[in-house]
Each structure stands twice: as C-alpha cells, then as structure tokens.
Design a protein around this ligand. Structure first.
Ligand code: AMP
Ligand code: MG
Length: 421
C-alpha cells in the first residue's frame, strides 16, 4: 500500500504486526458481497458485477447534430456568400419524428438536432449558413458530405462492451447503461455498515455536556467515512462500558450488517476495555498491535452464528477510541475491506511524493501517519499530532508517511503522502 517501506522490518524481533501483514490478514477473511440486480437509480455508486454491452449501435440511426437543413451535398457544392444555392423546402423533421422522409435533388428539409436524417440527404447545412426560409432556403456556404451528421455506430457498435465488471456506477456510467437501454444492472450492493461507539464518557452532540464527558465524534466520523467508501452506514452511539452489555449490543446489529465497526474499549489494559473483554472470549476476533502510529491497538475478526460456508458471519473491526487513531485505522484497514466487499478497485488512497516544509518525528519501529496539509508538491506537517487532536485532523488533507526505520526527517526531505478523501 505504501512505497519505500519494507513489510517485515517492524515485525522482526517484535510482537508487532506490520501494516501490510495486518491488511493481508484482513483481506484473506473478506469475500465480496453476492451480486444482485438493481434498477439504475438504486445502482448508482455500486460496482458492476457484469459487463454492459450495447443492445443497439450508438447512435442507432444517422441523425443531425445541428438545427438546419438536410440536403444533398452535391446541391450546395457551389454555394458561396455572393452566389447562394437555393433549394425548395419540402417539410420539417423534429427529433423523435419516425416518419419516412426523403430529400430529392434540388430540395431540402428543415431538420432539428437529434432528428433522423431523411433518405437521400447526406449533409446538414446549419441554419446559421442560410436565410432561415421555410419555403425556398438560400444557402451561403458549401457543406461537405457528412457535415453535421452523426452516423449510426459513431459512438459504439452494436454488441460492443460499454462497461466492464468492476466499474463503479458513477453518473457517467449510469448514463451509459441507460443509453444502452438497461433498466437494471447486476452490481454488488453497497455494504451495510453499523458503527458502534463505546464509552461511558460519550454524550450525544446536541445535548449538554457535563465535565468529564465528551461529545461522541467517532460514530459520526466513521459512519461518514464508510459512506464515502461506498457503504450505507448507520450508527449505534454510546454503548456503555458494561462488559455484559457490549456483546448483546453487537449481536443486535448482526442481522442488519455486512460489516461491524466499534470504536473504543480496546486499549492495552484495564477492565474498562470492554470490547476487548467481550470479544476476546469468543475466539473469533483477534487483537493485535500494529507497527504504526496512530492506531497501534487493532482488532479484527468475525461475529455471528456462521451457517453453511461461513454465511451469517459478519466481519468486525474494533478501532481504537482516540478519534485520530480511529480515522487513520479506518483508512488503512476498513477501507480496503469495504473495497473487497464491493469488488472495487477504485478505493485506494492516492499516494504521491512531496517535500516536507518542516521536520517530523516518529517512534522507532513504527510507521507514522502524520496529519499534514498537501499543497502541490509541498506538504506541511501539522503541529498537533496527538491522537486525540481532532481539531488538527480537521485541518489535514493528507497523511505523511514516515517509515518504521526513521525517527526523524528534516525539512526538504521527500516523503510518501496519502491524499485523504
Ligand atoms: P478508549 O480506546 O476507549 O480507551 O478511548 C481512548 C480515548 O478516545 C479516550 O480519551 C476516549 O474518551 C476517546 N474516545 C473514545 N470513544 C470516542 C468517541 N466515540 N468520540 C470521541 N472520543 C472518543
Ligand atoms: Mg473507552
């Protein structure tokens, strides 16, 4: 996922997983969601699971690209400003007119943009080149054969593949499918994500805060990040730090989720780390330390009954509670998992090289993802790099990567930078 790093450096001689090893372990446990047929409006934003071909040629008939007169090019070959060609106008063809029309030598028909070219005609003279007359039109410029004509198949041949499986149905692709006559397409559905934030300190934004409490930002942030990555996401906020309550709260969501995400409660010690306590017992969720900062404590596994072939098992991520850690962990681990569920290849964060405008520090043996502001080819590390510093996260548009083997980099060094979505 990042260049300039050696996957196993951090793992050697330590209990930490590398970012890459952890990503690989996650991806090996994710299977894409089953394809389903969705009508175009519902398929918007989903990833195609089939190729879409042209049912007919595009366009399917020769037509005019301008408002003007359909003519035989030979009749206007000598037309000029001082010696116009004059043709008898026999009628008008509007877009959608399916009548059988014909242009004979010496005649013209008014024609509108998108209207079918009449038999006999082989060029369209734009109205701007004429005196715009309804009975006998004077034409002041010659028009070559094919002028202002959009030929059948000029965009795509009948049967041609227009969209390939794996393509996300963005507005342009929706238009292509509709133009190919498709009412519905086979796609992988948007993954349904449920985000649960845990912590006795959490208070719902919009309600008063008492000292010692904080407003829950993680559940909103992670649900929004999941949507940005193609999911439909809902939140179940403020699950209390009650060891008995966590598992039921999670199990309640299983039926509505393709992926579960918790935040908080996975730190290294205490009895208040209820997510770790509740899920650790199950044996299907593994907690690890990953050689990164922020986001060292991670948990991933599956939850649920698990019928035939693992059906009913829902992948679960337990993200750290500190908001910056949760955010970075989402982008590094949950985002690739959401891509895999969708069969998508367009969700990798763009990686660029940039010059540091100031020095940075990083703990030895861990890869840092520092919040920064990328401006062209320069990147400025933000001064607040604490995992709780959500205000600084809000100013960042990029993550500066400092490899595991570096503890500091001076200004003007070139670094890898991930552009945030
Ligand atoms: P934890 O991982 O539960 O030990 O939490 C680590 C830190 O993140 C603590 O300072 C928590 O108050 C904070 N935190 C946990 N959950 C959230 C949340 N949903 N929104 C904002 N901060 C949180
Ligand atoms: Mg907590």
């Amino acid at each position: 996922m990042t260049s300039g790093t050696t996957p196993d450096v951090a793992a050697a001689g330590s209990a930490l997983s590398t970012v890459e090893a952890y990503q690989a372990a996650i991806l090996s446990a994710i299977t894409p969601l089953a394809p389903t047929s969705l009508e175009l409006a519902a398929a918007e934003g989903c990833v195609l699971a089939e190729d879409v071909t042209a049912a007919v040629a595009l366009p399917s008939f020769d037509n005019s690209s301008m408002d003007g007169y359909a003519v035989q090019a030979a009749d206007v070959a000598g037309a000029a400003e001082d010696s116009p060609a004059t043709l008898r106008v026999t009628g008008e063809i509007a877009a959608g007119d399916i009548g059988a029309h014909r242009v004979a030598p010496g005649t013209a028909m008014r024609i509108m943009t998108g209207a079918r070219l009449p038999a006999g005609a082989d060029a369209v003279v734009p109205v701007e080149w004429t005196d715009d007359d309804d009975a006998r039109v004077a034409i002041y410029r010659r028009a070559e054969r094919g002028n202002a004509v959009r030929y059948a198949g000029g965009d795509a041949a009948e049967g041609e593949t227009l969209l390939t499986a794996g393509t996300r149905m963005r507005p342009m692709q929706i238009a292509v499918a509709a133009s190919a006559g498709r009412k519905a397409v086979t796609v992988r559905p948007r993954p349904r994500v449920v985000v649960l934030s845990t912590g006795d300190e959490l208070t719902e934004p919009g309600t008063p805060l008492v000292p010692g409490r904080i407003w829950d930002s993680n559940s909103y942030m992670i649900a929004a990040a999941a949507r940005e990555a193609g999911a439909v996401a809902s939140r179940r906020a403020g699950v209390p730090d009650d060891p008995e309550g966590v598992l039921p709260a999670l199990e309640e969501q299983l039926a509505h989720a393709d992926l579960l995400i918790t935040t908080g409660g996975v730190s290294m010690g205490g009895e208040h780390d209820v997510v770790k306590a509740a899920l650790g017992k199950l044996g299907t969720v593994t907690f690890r330390k990953v050689a990164m900062q922020p986001g060292m404590p991670q948990g991933f596994g599956v939850l649920g009954k698990g019928g035939e072939g693992g059906k009913g098992l829902v992948p679960i991520f337990t993200l750290p509670g500190n908001p910056v850690s949760a955010y970075v962990s989402f982008q590094m681990f949950v985002r690739p998992a959401l891509a895999a569920l969708q069969g998508a290849s367009d969700l990798s964060l763009p990686l660029v090289r940039a010059t540091l405008t100031g020095p940075v520090r990083s703990p030895s043996g861990r890869r840092s993802y520092l919040r920064g502001v990328l401006d062209g080819t320069k990147v400025t590390p933000l001064s607040g790099q604490g995992s709780h510093q959500i205000a600084y996260l809000g100013r960042a548009n990029a993550l500066i990567i400092v490899p595991e083997w570096e503890t500091q980099l001076p200004a003007n060094d070139t670094v890898d930078v991930l552009i945030l979505p």
